[in-house]
Design a protein around this ligand. Structure first.
Ligand code: ATP
Ligand code: MG
Length: 642
């Protein structure tokens, strides 16, 4: 990453994190004595019964705090009832229409107990699965915690998914109940969630009941044998439901991955190791304290929303913002207005959102006072150094740091990230920096041999960590094959990586998307970052197609910033720019200009679809695709040429 390294010199990187060595010390302790280290950390949780054994590691299965009993809803709620947190704000919720609610921890506790009672009366027992198909409204964390309280593993399905995508997940988990809402607001429209839930129930014999939260005020048809309003089955009084004593490794939830690389996988997480991991990593990466006002913009339908909208902030007793709607509704400054309104101190979003704001210019930001911010975060994809710098300068005003957190649905929580909470000291735009205490990564070649610093290869994790997935739900064969078969004993995330001379890690996109040109391997992140470094480019996706001479030929799909129309001149200029920043090797065979890149609904570029377009192959599973038109657009651009 010479391109990124050359930019680092301009940054006052050491000014805000003082290198006290605390990070190094914690990382070393976690490495030398993981069981002692994690046992000590785990005392921060409330256990019904202490564990008998800290770690049972029989590769590829790690079981943490074996024999320990606890309940996640107790970590998030009950224990705060004995402290000042009881009357503290848990969520400032804001609807897309501008309506709002302020929910304290005490109020969340009452609602969770009441909802847990209602689910029990409906016949949901410990071990029964519940599908939750709700928009970003307070009922969503309430229902998740109610399920956790009664020991019912839940699967949250992102509310913008279709009835078919919901049905796939309901079927796979065998959910008995679907909890949904009458509808949701999105860019001024009402989306009919209840209708989608009915479609899914019709396809899945396992579904006995649909529970409906009244949110939008349109007419909703109810089947008296199957459908109930949540408000009708709540007892309405101060109900208390005793939390189930869950084993540390009992299933807590099943969550499907984004489907960037193929059919979504049902990732299974438990309670003990997972809760501890998300709470500690949040403190470390965002230096949170009692004054923190946290806003993670992810939808709760993704792991980021599970771990860092709902559970970790609540375990830590933080105040959070939760927003229902679109970032650009009614205008492109909605998010900045929300930050200023609630005094957000820690803001965590994705590169795709940052690039969208970059595309539309800085004037939207300048309308609001963002001086309340103390730290920023990024997640979801490699953040291009250009986007990092834009975020740093325009949102952070060059005075606060950015925690670029690399992790996956499977890892439960952050794996590689700056750790200002334990005083890790420097940042480099585009690098997720260093592993969390407890994470032991290595960069290896195709034979599993560790590579020297500066060389790119597969990232592997050499030891289990507390947030590690329990399994792929009902598919242990896929679990073995996906993560453990290529380099036995090491967890394989599937990403490409480089460790630089300072031991900073650069995550470079998917290993199976690396492009091989004339015997050289170029990562998609490297190509995309180089081209996004040109001032006319907003966003780019790199893919390839087979080439008789070079092996593979580079194909780029590009969206331009406002004010630059597509032209042959700009195409030539971008080619020159790529050759100048990476080398002649990076000469693209074609650059296509499009308005939208195909993305998952969590905002990740789906390069496999572009590859299919470029090679004429079948596009495969598209259930998680955000906007079908963007694939058609790429196809049309491609057809014009061929
Ligand atoms: P699927 O596994 O179905 O293909 P997915 O991998 O996109 O989907 P997630 O678990 O939501 O599903 O995403 C994890 C992936 O996102 C990582 O493997 C990595 O490629 C990418 N990622 C997340 N955060 C970062 C980051 N900060 N830097 C670089 N890449 C990141
Ligand atoms: Mg993945």
């Amino acid at each position: 990453m010479t391109q990124a390294d050359s930019r680092v010199a301009h940054l006052p990187t050491t000014s805000y994190y003082c290198p006290s060595g605390k990070y190094d010390e914690l990382w070393r302790r976690a490495d030398e004595d993981p069981e002692g280290f994690w046992a000590e950390q785990a005392l921060e949780l409330d256990w019904f019964k202490r564990w008998d054994k800290v770690l049972d590691w029989k590769a590829p299965y790690a079981r943490w705090f074996v024999g320990g009993k606890l309940n996640l809803s107790v970590q998030c709620l009950d224990r705060h009832m004995k402290t000042d947190v009881r009357n503290k704000v848990a969520f400032y919720w804001e609807g897309e229409l501008g309506d709002s609610q302020v929910l304290t921890y005490g109020e969340m506790y009452r609602q969770v107990n009441n909802t847990a009672g209602a689910l029990k009366r409906l016949g949901v027992k410990r071990g029964d699965r519940v599908a939750i198909y709700l928009p970003m409204i307070p009922a969503l964390p309430v229902v998740m915690l109610a399920c956790a309280r009664i020991g019912a593993p839940f699967t949250v399905v992102f509310s913008a998914f279709s009835g078919q995508a919901l049905a796939d997940r309901v079927e796979d988990t065998g959910a008995k109940v679907i909890v949904t809402a009458s509808g949701m607001h999105r860019r001024g429209k009402i989306l009919p969630l209840k209708e989608n839930a009915v479609e899914a129930a019709a396809r899945c014999a396992c579904v006995e009941k649909i529970v409906v939260v009244k949110h939008t005020h349109h007419q909703v048809e109810m089947d008296p044998n199957r459908d109930v309003w949540l408000s009708d089955i709540l007892s309405g009084c101060d109900e208390y439901v005793a939390p189930e004593d869950m084993d540390s490794n009992d299933p807590l939830f099943i969550l499907y991955t984004s489907g960037s690389t193929g059919k979504p996988k049902g990732i299974l997480h438990g309670t003990g190791g997972y809760s501890l991991w998300i709470a500690k990593t949040m403190q470390w990466a965002f230096d949170t304290d009692a004054q923190t006002v946290w806003w993670c913009t992810a939808d709760v339908g993704w792991i980021t929303g599970h771990s860092y909208v709902v559970f970790a902030p609540m375990i830590l007793g933080l105040t959070s913002v939760m927003y229902e709607g679109a970032p650009d509704y009614p205008a492109l400054d909605r998010w900045w207005a929300i930050i200023a309104k609630y005094g957000v101190t820690a803001f965590y979003t994705s590169p795709t959102a940052i690039r969208m704001f970059m595309r539309h210019g800085e004037e939207w930001l300048s309308r609001h006072d963002l001086s309340c911010l103390k730290i920023l975060g990024s997640v979801g994809e490699p953040i291009n150094p250009e986007a990092w710098l834009w975020y740093y300068r325009n949102v952070g005003k060059e005075r606060i740091g950015i925690s670029d957190t690399w992790w996956q649905t499977e890892t439960g929580g952050f794996m590689i990230s700056p750790t200002p909470g334990i005083q890790m000291h420097a940042l480099k735009p585009g690098s997720a920096t260093k592993p969390m205490p407890g994470v032991v990564p290595a960069v290896v070649d195709a034979d599993g041999k560790e590579l020297p610093n500066g060389e790119t290869g597969f990232i592997v994790i050499k030891k289990p960590w507390p947030g590690m997935l329990l399994d792929i739900y009902r598919n242990p064969d896929l679990y073995h094959k996906t993560y453990w078969s290529r380099f036995p004993g090491y967890y394989l995330p599937g990403d490409y990586c480089m460790k630089d001379q300072d031991n900073f890690l650069w995550l470079l996109g998917r290993a199976d998307e690396v492009i091989k040109v004339a015997g050289h391997r170029i990562s998609t992140a490297e190509l995309e970052s180089a081209i996004v470094g040109h001032s006319a480019v907003a966003e780019a996706a790199a893919t390839s197609r087979p080439d008789e001479i070079k092996g593979e030929a580079i194909i780029l799909f590009v969206t331009l910033r406002k004010g630059t129309p597509p032209s042959v001149e700009i195409k030539n200029e971008l080619t020159r720019h790529l050759r100048a920043t990476i080398g002649t090797l990076a000469t693209p065979e074609e650059i296509f200009f499009v308005n939208l890149l195909p993305k998952t609904r969590s905002g990740k570029i789906m390069r496999r679809l572009l590859k299919a377009v470029a090679t004429g192959a079948a596009v495969g599973d598209t259930t998680t695709l955000d906007d079908g038109a963007s694939v058609d657009e790429a196809k049309a651009a491609f057809a014009e040429l061929t």
